[in-house]
Design a protein around this ligand. Structure first.
Ligand SMILES: NC(=O)c1ccc[n+]([C@@H]2O[C@H](COP(=O)([O-])OP(=O)(O)OC[C@H]3O[C@@H](n4cnc5c(N)ncnc54)[C@H](OP(=O)(O)O)[C@@H]3O)[C@@H](O)[C@H]2O)c1
Length: 283
């Protein structure tokens, strides 16, 4: 299952609260349709040794994640399940509580391990109430940890000014081609752990020529280099695949070692390449 990391929430007095161990490596299920594809991907992953699944209300596959949890036969306590509040649902206090309950119902769970605000709520005036509800979700035990996604440095600052508990993670697009040192620094300064989504740039960069030639030299696959680089930076890393062979290939990246020379080359891959959306720059 790979290493775990300790995450927690910064308190107003500078302490930390609600610490949780999170498997650093997990399966993403964005664009894994709920026609059996998502369930199979989760089952293959759990069988291979994955213990962390990252879903979201907006992916419309929480039910299948829940079915896979039951069918896997693995004890709930051994699995780490992350889901997210849709941006368009981040409207206020009660709406946030209600959407969390809906996700729990779809997943068939009493609690999730990590609940995230999918992106900074578009209506700035609702942000304080949304986070107050997230804190309520944490205190009530419906989530063992709470966090954010796609927050830029200014969003994190604003959140910390108005919170009792800071976010335990900031899930952001991070990969070899988008290394974002300033955002990593701001995330860590807020007390949150960086959680790297789209570590393969949504599959758009696995055929990158430079990466392919490096992978031939090292005798490993391009995806394995990209995933292991994220892991070696200490980021929680959640590649998506719905293909059994690739699910195993991605997990096996944990076994490879990238030496200093390779890491120096990989640092040079950064080209500020956004593969999806970028709400971190929103007001
Ligand atoms: N918070 C957010 O806003 C946000 C945004 C995006 C993603 N995420 C999360 O992060 C997860 C991962 O990101 P992502 O799904 O955008 O992209 P990704 O993990 O970077 O890439 C997934 C793509 O790469 C392909 N792939 C996977 N393993 C491969 C391999 N070994 N060799 C070649 N191709 C491979 C997959 O196809 P196959 O399935 O056919 O293997 C899929 O097309 C998501 O599933 C989601 O959980 C969060």
């Amino acid at each position: 299952m790979g290493p775990t990391l300790k995450i927690s929430h910064r308190t107003k007095d500078g302490g930390t609260a609600y610490p949780v161990h999170i498997p650093q490596f997990g399966l993403g299920v964005f664009l894994a349709p709920a026609d059996g594809t998502c369930k199979n991907a989760c089952l293959w992953a759990i069988k291979a040794g994955y213990r962390h699944i990252d879903t979201a209300a907006v992916y419309r596959n929480e039910e299948e994640v829940g079915q896979a949890i039951v069918e896997s036969g693995i004890d709930r306590s051994e699995l780490f399940i992350t889901t997210k509040l849709r941006r368009v649902d981040a409207l206020g206090y009660q709406e946030t509580l209600d959407r969390c309950d809906e996700s729990l119902q779809k997943l068939g769970l009493d609690f999730v391990d990590l609940y995230l605000v999918h992106a900074p709520p578009e209506n700035k005036s609702s942000r304080k109430d949304v986070w107050r509800a997230m804190e309520e979700i944490l205190e009530s035990g419906k989530a063992r940890a709470i966090g954010v996604s796609n927050y830029g440095p200014h969003h994190l600052e604003e959140l910390l000014e108005n919170s009792n508990y800071g976010p335990s993670v900031n899930q952001i697009e991070i990969h070899l081609w988008l290394q974002r040192p300033y955002l990593i620094k701001a995330t860590r300064n807020s007390g949150a752990a960086p959680m790297a989504y789209s570590p393969l740039a949504r599959g758009q960069k696995v055929n990158d020529e430079k990466l392919i030639s490096l992978s031939k030299e090292l005798g490993i696959t391009p995806a394995q280099i990209a995933i292991k680089w994220c892991m070696d930076q200490g980021y929680i890393t959640i590649p998506k695949s719905a293909n059994q062979m690739r699910i195993i290939e991605n997990l096996n990246s944990l076994e490879i070692e990238l030496d200093e020379k390779t890491n120096l080359i990989l640092k040079g891959f950064d080209e500020d390449y956004i593969s999806g959306w970028n709400p971190t720059v929103d007001p």
